[in-house]
Design a protein around this ligand. Structure first.
Ligand code: C5P
Length: 229
């Protein structure tokens, strides 16, 4: 008897800079297809929160790697789309989304051993019937065999506006100027770091969403998805 061929669970990756809309778009795609959803940025953010809680320095690579093994995280999404995140039983939902946590996340994300330590955690999200993976290096490093790779771009001013709106909706105060400065600083660090820099995979489809709303962007991607599955 010939062996059954191993069929890999399909993954669609959505990478891009902060505020490009990839999170919202990815959640819509996952809901539309009935697939799992990985918000990989949330894992880096959780690690940054755990480091702050335990007094671990953001450049202490060995201590951060050890922390990855100890973290017990729980993500839940209500049917209305409200997320709740528990870190070792403590509700960190609000702290997780703050710009200071995003900034700390991008510092730990620049450390090679931290990225390696987070690989297995991210791979565990690949479960049937499929996965929508949102991040910076989903198509280039974590899931290079994805069936479709999207890279979402948007102008920095537009991305700052979107981030500002999102933060306001979550009750987090910040001026637009502050958000624009944070977005630019974080992008600069993410794009220029030596390991897994933010860049489109060679086979990625690049979409500029500056002048597109969420529904139009989702529809454009679904069109591409339906040509392959
Ligand atoms: O996507 P989000 O803004 O939540 O990500 C926070 C930070 O985590 C990013 O600025 C980036 O430095 C890092 N990150 C990463 N690789 C990913 C996802 C996020 O380096 N796949």
């Amino acid at each position: 008897m010939s062996p059954t061929p191993l069929i890999k669970v399909p993954v669609i990756t959505v990478d891009g800079p902060s505020g490009s809309g990839k999170g919202t778009v990815s959640q819509h795609l996952a809901a539309e297809l009935g697939w799992h959803f990985l918000d990989s940025g949330a894992l880096y953010r959780l690690l940054a929160c755990a480091a702050r809680r335990d007094g671990v320095a953001l450049n202490d690579e060995a201590a951060l790697v050890a922390l990855v093994d100890r973290i017990d995280a729980e993500f839940t999404l209500s049917t209305g789309g409200t997320e709740r995140v528990l870190l070792d039983g403590e509700d960190v939902t609000r702290a997780l989304r703050g710009e200071d946590t995003g900034n700390a996340a991008s510092q730990v994300a620049a450390l090679p051993a931290v990225r390696t330590a987070l690989l297995a955690w991210q791979h565990r999200y690949r479960r049937p019937p499929g996965l929508i993976a949102d991040g910076r290096d989903m198509g280039t490093v974590v899931f290079p065999d994805a069936v479709l790779k999207i890279f979402l771009e948007a102008r920095p001013d537009e991305r700052a506006l979107r981030r500002h709106k999102q933060l306001k909706e979550k009750g987090i105060e910040a001026s637009l100027e502050e958000v624009l400065a944070e977005v630019r600083a974080r992008d600069e660090r993410d794009r220029t770091r030596e390991i897994a820099p933010l860049e489109p995979a060679e086979d990625a489809h690049i979409i500029d969403s500056s002048d597109l709303d969420v529904d139009t962007t989702v529809a454009l991607i679904l069109e591409q998805i339906h040509t392959i599955i």
